[in-house]
Design a protein around this ligand. Structure first.
Ligand code: FO1
Length: 322
């Protein structure tokens, strides 16, 4: 069975990693958010693509989740000495990625061609695709005005109060080559536990992607894993965004965010943490099949266990459907 996984930053990359460790080659495609991408020092930085690629390549910094392991910061040190902007920390090894990506893009290669080349160089066995080759920067509407995503997330440390988002030029953005085919061919599409607002929604907002997910006559399984556990996000501003948008941060709110296939929404199944077992009735009331388990991934074994259970869950839904 072919799997398509939608992923954003660190949380999503962990489940993508678990899936990559249990699935045979050529059966997993990870479709990655590029709304966080921005130009810095003239370099195109693609944080979520790099986080997913570094994680699957075993190169990711285990503490932060982003950037490279065994990193050094000499460039940043000399930048600081010269008074340059150091709010967005670019490690020496990580800079190699941004330099080479920017060079190849300037030579006319597309982001998906660059990503394919890098995955080969990093010996990544599965397919990682940017959601689009078109630049659709996420803009965060806040009480300090509209902020580019990294300005909000890193420079301002997610402090501003959020009132909304938009994804620039999303209406004319095209799915990257292979994205639609990966969704069409997938027996299950998995929304990894990433921020619904700024990691998964940008992917779903590309014209044609949602339609392709629900157009399947024999109905593929579409399963989301909640990034909110006991009212909080393990990492990042997802819960804070919910609160500032006037929505109770919870596994139930995320289920409502994506909606159920039986009620004009997307999902057929929903996976959430045992700490939120009390919400199961309400979540099932949305028309969703549910899997409740430990979803906190602290070790590789946790990532593999969650990936295994999600796949088993999707197969059980297929069986019960036929
Ligand atoms: N996140 C931070 O909180 N501080 C940083 O200095 C930082 C630098 C950075 C450099 C490269 C990269 O790929 C990611 C980086 N991130 C940093 C994380 C990044 O802002 C987020 O991972 C995504 O944009 C949201 O998931």
């Amino acid at each position: 069975m072919k799997i398509a996984a939608l992923a954003g930053g660190v949380g999503g990359a962990k489940l993508a990693d678990g899936l990559s460790r249990i699935l045979p080659e050529n059966s997993l495609t990870v479709i990655v958010n590029t709304g966080d991408d921005f130009d810095h020092f003239g370099l195109r930085v693609c944080p979520d693509l790099d986080t997913v690629c570094y994680t699957l390549a075993g190169l990711a910094n285990p503490v932060t989740g982003w950037g490279r392991e065994a990193e050094t910061w000499h460039v940043m040190d000399s930048l600081k000495q010269l008074g340059g902007p150091s709010w967005f920390r670019l490690g020496d090894r990580d800079l190699g990625t941004h330099l080479e990506r920017t060079r190849l893009l300037a030579e006319g290669f597309t982001l998906s061609e660059v990503t394919k080349e890098f995955c080969g160089r990093w010996d990544i066995k599965h397919t990682i695709l940017p959601m689009s080759n078109d630049h659709t920067p996420t803009i965060v509407h806040t009480d300090e005005g509209q902020l580019a995503f990294q300005d909000y997330f890193v420079r301002r440390g997610c402090q501003p109060q959020v009132s909304g988002f938009h994804f620039e030029s999303i209406a004319s953005a095209r799915p990257a080559p292979g994205v639609m085919e990966a969704i069409q061919d997938a027996g299950v599409v998995i929304f990894c536990p990433s921020n619904p607002w700024v990691s998964i929604d940008p992917i779903l907002s590309i014209p044609g992607i949602k339609e392709t997910m629900i157009s399947d006559p024999d109905g593929k399984q579409i399963i989301a894993v909640s990034p909110i556990i006991a009212g909080a996000a393990l990492k990042g501003p997802a819960a804070k965004m919910y609160t500032e948008l006037g929505i109770q941060p919870s596994a139930l709110s995320v289920a409502r965010h994506y909606g159920s296939r039986t009620n004009e929404g997307l999902l057929t199944g929903y996976v959430f943490d045992i700490l939120d077992l009390d919400q199961e009735k309400d979540i099932q009331g949305l028309g969703l099949s549910t899997l409740v388990m430990n979803t906190i991934m602290e070790s590789s074994e946790d990532r593999i266990e969650l990936a295994k259970e999600v796949i088993k869950f999707s197969k059980s839904l297929n069986l019960s459907k036929n």
